[in-house]
Write a protein that binds this ligand. Structure first.
Ligand code: TYD
Length: 135
């Protein structure tokens, strides 16, 4: 499975403008229990720096752009998100770091579960230990 999994959203548009519809278990590959979004981010402030044990997420840069470094403990890849037509799957056990936010960036995240700090792995060494213990 590729580390960078982008989902192409179908654009429903007409002369009045564009529209994207996100539906659980259709173009979003899980039940959606939570939606949150980042805005007023700073270009020099990176965020994330964690992985999740069970949570699955899809991130969409609905306005502006940002970069995300994805890391599954074996390889690292960076993707620039600058389109409201694409979602990035942030799957379980994928360490992610977001940075280079444009001033107008609005980054929306669809999540498969409610917020639960217990599901976070915020220590990179612990993340690597868990990846190795699972392989
Ligand atoms: P944090 O995990 O540091 O954000 P990021 O992953 O973007 O670096 O979250 C910031 C704060 O918001 C932290 O105190 C946890 C809280 N929070 C919630 O209460 N609910 C949520 O759905 C999220 C994502 C965060």
């Amino acid at each position: 499975m590729s580390l960078i999994q982008l989902i192409d959203f179908k654009i429903l548009g007409d002369e009045r403008g564009s529209l994207v519809s996100l539906e659980q278990n259709k173009n979003i590959p899980f039940d959606i229990k939570r939606v949150y979004y980042l805005f007023d981010t700073k270009s020099n402030e990176a965020r994330g720096f964690h992985a999740h044990k069970a949570l699955r997420q899809v991130g969409v840069c609905v306005k502006g752009s940002c970069s995300i470094k994805m890391d599954n403990g074996l390889q690292q890849k960076t993707v620039v998100l600058n389109s409201s037509e694409k979602g990035l799957l942030i799957d379980v056990m994928q360490w992610h770091e977001m940075y280079d936010f444009s001033g107008d960036c609005v980054f929306m995240v669809l999540a498969s579960d409610y917020y639960d700090e217990e599901d976070y792995i915020r220590d990179y060494d612990e993340f690597i230990r868990l990846v190795k213990s699972e392989s």
